[in-house]
Ligand binder design. Structure first.
Ligand code: ADP
Ligand code: ADP
Length: 233
């Protein structure tokens, strides 16, 4: 039984009388232990697909089951709940709150879960430890490097024990050395059992995953043909 089961998912947008098929009959299984990258150029449907996987938006048709729950049939409230419980988001620009310390940022998803202050702090510190930043718990984001900020964001994503970590161009704002460190961290987390879905337009980044899925004109292709050639991506 896959952890995530996406079947014949379709999403269209209406724009000035024109119908845009952002996702066309897309199917994908994500299993325990997976580290999967979704790669495609601008306009290929990555954001739309991420919005689906991340329970930020609903498909027009098709099925999306996460741990057996059908997201495609949920109302907005149910969608928000499932998103908070099942998905740990990692963004290109970290999305940390600059007035809060590293520790307080990591505690945020735990407030939603109703943990006591003591348990929140304990859990947040353990997540900062996982990303190698426990000694920076009292720093503000502005007192940390880009790579460190992304580590804090990864700790925040981990804090709620999500089913899947969903990383949208997580290295897009980082230099190549720091990018590599962040990718190594994601690999380590995957080895510890975290499912990771990484969305990128960068083949070198995508290659760090165990599975690479290409998205092109709203359709998915896995490990097929000669599409690893950079000029075709
Ligand atoms: P990305 O950086 O992932 O390539 P995009 O530029 O494709 O982002 O899209 C950014 C946001 O704008 C997305 O959330 C998407 O839903 C929205 N968007 C993209 N294209 C259009 C469009 N043609 N009309 C309206 N909104 C769009
Ligand atoms: P990517 O993230 O790969 O750049 P998107 O998922 O943002 O791709 O876009 C896929 C297609 O859907 C593009 O043609 C884009 O212009 C269109 N699109 C995305 N969001 C919207 C929107 N909110 N309204 C209209 N068209 C959109």
């Amino acid at each position: 039984q896959p952890v995530i089961e996406i079947k014949n998912l379709t999403k269209t947008y209406e724009l000035g009388g024109e119908t845009i098929h952002a996702l066309e009959d897309v199917s994908l299984h994500i299993n325990d232990g997976d580290f999967i990258s979704i790669i495609g150029p601008s306009g290929s449907g990555k954001s739309t697909f991420m919005n689906m996987i991340g329970c930020l938006d609903k498909p027009d048709s098709g099925e999306y089951l996460i741990e057996g729950k059908n997201v495609a049939k949920m109302n907005d409230n149910e969608l928000a709940t499932i998103r908070n419980v099942k998905i740990g988001f990692i963004f290109q620009n970290f999305n940390l709150l600059n007035k809060l310390t590293a520790l307080e940022n990591v505690e945020l998803p735990l407030i939603y879960r109703g943990l006591s202050a003591k348990d929140r702090k304990e859990k947040a510190l353990s997540c900062l430890k996982l990303v190698g930043l426990e000694d920076r718990w009292g720093h503000l984001p502005t007192q940390l490097s880009g790579g460190q900020q992304q580590r804090v964001a990864i700790a925040r994503a981990l804090a709620g024990d999500p089913t899947v970590l969903l990383a949208d161009e997580p290295t897009g704002a980082l230099d190549s050395k720091t990018s590599n460190d962040v990718l190594q961290l994601l690999k380590q987390l995957n080895e510890k059992g975290h499912i990771i879905v990484l969305i990128t337009h960068d083949l070198e980044v995508a290659k760090q995953a165990k599975r690479i899925v290409r998205i092109h004109d709203g359709q998915l292709y896995e490990n097929g043909g000669d599409w690893f050639e950079p000029n075709r991506i």
